[in-house]
Design a protein around this ligand. Structure first.
Ligand SMILES: NCCOCCOCCNC(=O)c1ccc(S(N)(=O)=O)cc1
Ligand SMILES: [Zn+2]
Length: 259
């Protein structure tokens, strides 16, 4: 038979369905948000999304081989209200981005418009005993998505973007010794779209209530470039981590609600 070679680098999004059939499921993420089809739901504003993070919750930054990941000690970093029926605790945040200087890179798109990057703040439902139990339950996770646009430097993101050069390789990790409140990464205006979706990377569990902030936050070209201090495996060996985003998936008739 043919020589079977192990594929040393992870397969791209269009191959994930071979090992993760749910990739072709009914509530996959990301999606293109068609703003004219989003339905304003008064209930979302009647019970505003409550974000209460502490400023000493961030423990470390690591290179996961697919993104940077700031690991958070969930104590006192909770969200509730809005589309959520219970309290969810922050466990980590990471991002997805495109090529150097490009405008693609976000996972969600808005009327077909892409942003250079998208931040994800990942929370798990406190009705479960830990994130491992929550991660594959239909109401297990809530992820806040924040679009990054290219503009002036984001002072709040700088302490984090300055750490990327310290974690160039997979599994590299650096402790966060300073106080840091991740709420500084949210836009001032807290309007959002929300819909039921999935993890955007394998295992693609359909367990996420998505909360995608309408307003992007500005970060500088240098801060976007700092994301490329992270390295990963490419077919031609080690290279700059980029284009770690999944393209929009079929809406499958889902409703997107809006504040
Ligand atoms: N591979 C089978 C074992 O899976 C164990 C659970 O893996 C879950 C790890 N992944 C995540 O927690 C995870 C969390 C958030 C996002 S995203 N990009 O949708 O915000 C993607 C992934
Ligand atoms: Zn993500």
């Amino acid at each position: 038979g043919f020589l079977q070679v192990a594929s040393p680098v992870p397969q791209g999004p269009n191959k994930w369905h071979e090992q993760f059939p749910i990739a072709k499921g009914q509530r996959q993420s990301p999606i293109d948000i068609v703003t004219s089809n989003a339905k304003v739901d008064k209930a979302l504003s009647d019970n505003p999304l409550k974000v209460s993070y502490s400023n000493n919750c961030c423990q470390s930054v690591t290179n996961t081989g697919a993104s940077f990941q700031v690991v958070v000690d969930g104590a006192g970093t909770e969200i509730s209200g809005g589309p959520l029926d219970s309290t969810y605790k922050l466990v980590q945040f990471h991002a997805h981005w495109g090529p150097l200087g490009g405008d693609e890179g976000s996972e969600h798109t808005v009327d077909g418009v892409t942003y250079p990057a998208e931040l994800h703040l990942v929370h798990w439902n406190q009705k479960y005993k830990d994130v491992g139990e929550a991660v594959d339950k239909p109401d297990g996770l809530a992820v806040i998505g924040v679009f990054f646009s290219r503009g002036k430097e984001h002072a709040g993101f700088k302490p984090i973007s300055d750490l990327f050069a310290k974690v160039p390789r997979k599994a590299d990790k650096v402790d966060i010794s300073f106080n840091y409140d991740p709420a500084c990464l949210l836009p001032a205006r807290r309007d959002y779209w929300t819909y039921l979706g999935s993890l955007t990377t394998p295992p693609l569990f359909e367990s996420v209530t998505w909360i995608v902030m309408k307003d992007p936050v500005e970060v500088s070209a240098e801060q976007l470039a700092a994301l490329r201090n992270l390295l990963w495996e490419t077919p031609s060996g080690e290279g700059q981590m980029c284009n770690n985003y999944r393209p929009p998936q079929p809406l499958q008739g889902r409703l997107v609600r809006s504040t």
